[in-house]
Design a protein around this ligand. Sequence first.
Ligand code: CP
Length: 311
Amino acid sequence: MPHVFPHRHLLGIDPLSRDDILFLLDEAEPWIAFGRQARKADQRLAGLTQFNLFFENSTRTLFSFEVAGKRLGAQVANFHPGASSVRKGESLIDTALTLDAMRPDVMVVRHSETGAPHQVAEAVGCPVVNGGDGTGEHPTQALLDALTMRRRKGRIDGLKVAICGDVRHSRVAGSNIRLLPKLGATVRLVGPAALLPADTGGLAAFTDLDEGIAGSDVVMMLRIQRERLEDGVAGSLADFHARYGLTRERLDRLAPDALVMHPGPMNRGVEIEGALADDPRRSAILEQVENGVAVRMAVLDVLTRGRRGAA
Ligand code: CP
């Protein structure tokens, strides 16, 4: 029996079953080869309208959702909060209701407030995708991370994944911590005590980087989120790099096929050595970006099937 995706929105990982996640990864896989073709035009979303509402800055997520929608034939419109009536004090929900009155078929929402996309989803009449909410979740990032691991390592079940750095403020960690165990991976959290979550949800946590990454198949480095940090929490950036920066020397103590990942944007020389990030034999960072387009095409396709009368 073909899997039927039972969710109207994609707001977080918790509602997704293992089969839902594997279904989205399988749906994304062919879009990677499609993206490498000279012509990248599919018309399955032709006539549909996609709104991207990014209340917080983005390069990868915003641009890849726009590219994904356009490659599928959708009409894509990007809402720019800084040039909008948000600047006159219009609320998030009034903004969402106003845009919803223009009858979009799908909305992608990024916001600095945790839970904002969920509020929008309650108010509007179309599927909503969480493009990253505060310190909450970033579900399409976790999906593209899982797809990247599966392609590079051949499996996710049984992998040992260390998520390192500013875990407490990371919505990427928030979604990966939920997703990877559903697919059978073991997740460890590594970072200074002040940047680890107060509740690790039963996951092993380490404040020593070398101890925390020992034996890992995948080392996922996270950005120090200066915009969400209280002053002084991370100490100086040089001190942070000395204790928590992933360097080639540190990675060389792991298995030769241990994979480095980072959701971006990177702070080169802080949480990761620039030359290591640029080494495609060890680093999958640009593959993550490529796979992000494929995952977002799959998500847009799957969430709009009901509206298109597609199976
Ligand atoms: N990984 C990620 O969310 O990057 P952007 O902030 O550039 O979208």
